[in-house]
Design a binder for this molecule. Structure first.
Ligand code: MRU
Length: 370
């Protein structure tokens, strides 16, 4: 995607050939800052504090983190301990585990002297694959969006899509998942308008999705997290599309906290609720998302304090609760498959069910449950 007319991915290899550069998402939308990750610990820190976030980008950053670790010390001990450190950064998005599970055994079987080069090659491959996958997700979703748009009464001036959190190019290496669909619909001439949930407490919608859509010129409005139900009751939402951090084998989807409530409201109002996901976000060993997916709990300070730009143009954080108040901060929730109209994947569109997923990924039929 482009920032001020310059093409960017959300992570890339520095010109020095070994550091990994990222857009520091904790500084957006008010500042555009590039940060170089020069050690494995830098990569782990960037994931933990959410300089990078979004399931696919977390996986890609962990891949470069492992490459940085191998550059420093390619011993078995460091391979194991670095993979462990990276895996512990965030528990919910399964792409992190997927990326490490792909790289670690492949590196372990190589002579120590060959591991660093191979790790960088695998990290680059994971990134390139992610870009192709996300583009394909949007291409498949476009057919569904076009169909729904054509069903609107003649003379309708916009197709209203509600999205939650940020499932845009900033959450992936490029394109995004839910926003890939929206970008491709808009570029295809469908007059898309996006309702952007602000997505408390980290405000990924207000800060990141709005920034992305504004850069692409897509009409949108930021709404408070609780507005979606009201808009759906008044036929102001034609469709919802969100991303997912982990999709269980049965089609349950785990995404940013609040997604479940949007799905309930959509169900009650007959609004199609689609979820866009790349294959690596499916946890084939998890058969019940509601019961099994680990839900990250983050610092209460993310709830009690809000960062923003003050009237002098300076970014600062303010406390919005009384002194001494404690806060509970669940970062994700699980939407049961029965509330999901369909899944957009790189292989096509399917029902949110084991049969639907296996129809597109038949090679996973014999993957055993944990
Ligand atoms: O806590 P975050 O910002 O990492 O959460 C991100 C989301 O919930 C996204 O919707 C999800 O990762 C899908 S992104 C393609």
């Amino acid at each position: 995607m482009k920032v001020n007319n310059e093409p960017y991915r959300s992570i890339w290899l520095n010109r020095n050939g070994w550091a990994a550069d990222i857009i520091d998402q904790t500084r957006l939308p008010h500042e555009f800052v590039i940060k170089s990750l020069i050690t494995m610990q830098d990569a782990a820190e960037a994931i933990s504090v959410m300089r990078v976030r979004g399931a696919p980008l977390i996986g890609a950053t962990a891949a470069y983190g492992l490459a940085l670790a191998m550059r420093e010390d390619a011993s078995d001990d460091n391979l194991n301990s670095s993979a462990g450190t990276l895996l512990a950064t965030r528990p919910t998005a399964v792409n992190l585990r997927w990326a490490l599970a792909r790289m670690k055994p492949a590196l372990a079987k190589l002579p120590v002297g060959d591991r660093s080069e191979k790790a960088y090659a695998m990290a680059a491959e994971i990134c390139d694959e992610d870009v192709a996958i996300n583009h394909a997700i949007g291409r498949h979703a476009l057919g569904v969006i076009r169909n729904l748009w054509q069903q609107k009464p003649a003379g309708a001036d916009a197709f209203h899509i509600l999205t939650h959190c940020n499932a845009g190019w900033l959450a992936t290496v490029d394109w995004g998942t839910a926003l890939s669909a929206i970008y491709q619909a808009y570029d295809d001439g469908i007059p898309v308008h996006v309702w952007v949930d602000e997505t408390r407490p980290r405000n990924q919608g207000a800060a990141l999705t709005a920034w992305e859509l504004q850069s692409h010129g897509i009409p949108h409005d930021v709404i408070v997290d609780n507005a979606g139900g009201h808009l759906m009751q008044h036929e102001q939402v034609d469709m919802c599309i969100t991303g997912t951090d982990r999709t269980a084998r049965n089609g349950d989807v785990c995404n940013k906290i609040g997604t479940y409530l949007k799905a309930l409201a959509a169900f009650d109002n007959n609004v199609p609720f689609y979820v866009a996901l790349p294959g690596p976000t499916i946890d084939w060993q998890m058969d019940d998302g509601v019961k099994g997916i680990p839900i990250e709990q983050r610092e209460g300070s993310e709830v009690t304090h809000v960062p923003g730009k003050n009237s002098a143009g300076l970014v600062e954080s303010v406390q919005i609760t009384p002194d001494g108040v404690t806060a509970c901060n669940y970062a994700f929730d699980v939407t049961p498959a029965r509330l999901v109209t369909g899944l957009f994947t790189e292989r096509g569109v399917c029902e949110a069910s084991e049969a639907g997923l296996l129809g597109l990924y038949p090679e996973q039929k014999d993957t055993t449950l944990k």
